[in-house]
Structure formats: C-alpha cells, structure tokens
Design a protein around this ligand. Sequence first.
Ligand code: ADP
Ligand code: ADP
Length: 236
Amino acid sequence: MLSLRNVTVTYPNGVVALRPTTAVFERGKFIVLLGTSGAGKSTLLRSLNGLVRPTSGEVCVEGRGSIFSSRAHLRAHRRRTGMVFQQHHLIGRLSALDNVLTGRLAAHSVLRSILPLPRADRLLALEALDRVGLADRALDRADQLSGGQQQRVGIARAMAQKPEIVLADEPVASLDPATSVKVLEDLHRICREDGITAIVSLHQVDLARQFADHIIGLAQGRIAFEGAPDQLGSAT
Ligand code: ADP
Ligand code: ADP
C-alpha cells in the first residue's frame, strides 16, 4: 500500500497547500482526487512521488518505509511511478514514438541517453502507442496530433515505463467533454489490464463518478469527502 500519514505541505511563500492528511491508496484501484482549482490536488499528487517534499508527515510504501528514507529509495520509487500531466509536456518537433521513448530514457540512467536505443525499447514504445490507438501515428510529429491524441501519447509515455503507480494531474482538463471521456477510458482500461494503481486528479464530479473505484474529495487542503462513487451526493 501507498499511504500518506499526517502529511502537510506549506510552500516557501507561506501558502498552506495541504493540512494534515492521512490516506491509503489501495493497490490496483483507480482513485480520483476531486476538487476545485487550488484545493491541493496537485500538491498531494506531487508529494506521492517526492516532487514536493512534505513539510511534515510521511509518504510510505508498505514494506519499504518512507519514500524519502534515502536518495536511492526515492529514485527507485520514482522509477515505479509514472506521471501524466495536464499539459502533456511533449516535444512538438519529435515524433510520437520518440516522445514515448524520452519517458523510457528518463526511467533509466543518464548514461543510457548517449547510447543507442535497443530495439526492445522501440518495440515497447510502439506497443504503448498501440494500446492508446496511435500505432499508425507513431512517426508523426507530436505537434501534428490533436489535443486528445497528444494526451494519449503522454499516457503511452508513462505506460512505457511499466509503472506500478500512475499519477495523473488533471489529465483531461484541456480537452472537450467527449474527448475527456475517451482519454479516461484508455487510461482506465490500461491501468486495469496491468494492475496499475491510478491516482488521478479531476475537477468534474461526473467524470469522477464514472471512472473512480474510490474518490477522495479535497477542499482547501483537506480531505472533505472520501468514499465510493455512489456515496458522493449529487450536491457535491
Ligand atoms: P503486500 O501486498 O504483499 O503486503 P506491499 O504492500 O509491501 O506487499 O508491496 C509489495 C510490492 O507492491 C512492492 O513492489 C510495492 O512497490 C508494490 N505496491 C505496494 N502498494 C502499491 C500500490 N498502492 N500501488 C502499486 N504498487 C504497490
Ligand atoms: P490544485 O491542484 O487542486 O489546483 P494545488 O495543489 O496546485 O491545487 O494548489 C494548492 C494551493 O497551493 C493553492 O493555493 C496554490 O496557489 C498553492 N501553490 C501551489 N503550488 C505552489 C507553489 N509552488 N508555491 C506556492 N504556492 C503554491
């Protein structure tokens, strides 16, 4: 289990983004962090892979202890954790395939980036694109793809790392509603098939209801609601 124990985050400018928060992220589940802008979703997600260091409290993987216990431990945890962002952070002039491969490289040592890529890596990247329906666009430049397709490349890039956990920060915030559903369907299906724990922040209640196994509602840096989708009142 991945868990937060009494985690707080206060940014250097004094903003308290996360008040004491305790939560367990069950393995293999699709967990949605639901909240409006500024609720602390991004801060919580980033603390789960150490991009944000909690001011107090602990981020733990059961059996392994705190992810911050050593540099090696943090690196290993990050290798097992894929990230998907709202702005997909793709390199526009590179092909979809090369964008997926940059994720593979980041997951390996720096040395790898100056060595030729093994065929196996290219195959894995192609397979990841195939799973989001983009095998036929593999050699197209990323900036020639639609917003939804670019976000799928972002998902493929995270999946090519073969993560145990995927953290997705508002992955569909810049997409229209119909495309949002399709992109979340892809993310949901792949996580299910591979037994990946997904922790996904969203601000749309209807999407949270549709996809989540478990919802954590955040408001002003606190957990305001936690439960199954059918426990989420229509007023929320
Ligand atoms: P067990 O379920 O056998 O008690 P642990 O919870 O200690 O084992 O975790 C064992 C393995 O599962 C580790 O590789 C760990 O990284 C991984 N793991 C634990 N919790 C999660 C999670 N929520 N999501 C993905 N992988 C996890
Ligand atoms: P959400 O993802 O729900 O929009 P965030 O975690 O991004 O919420 O933000 C929570 C609060 O922390 C907000 O008040 C935001 O302005 C503030 N915040 C976020 N990142 C930083 C930062 N790097 N430095 C200072 N304040 C930040």
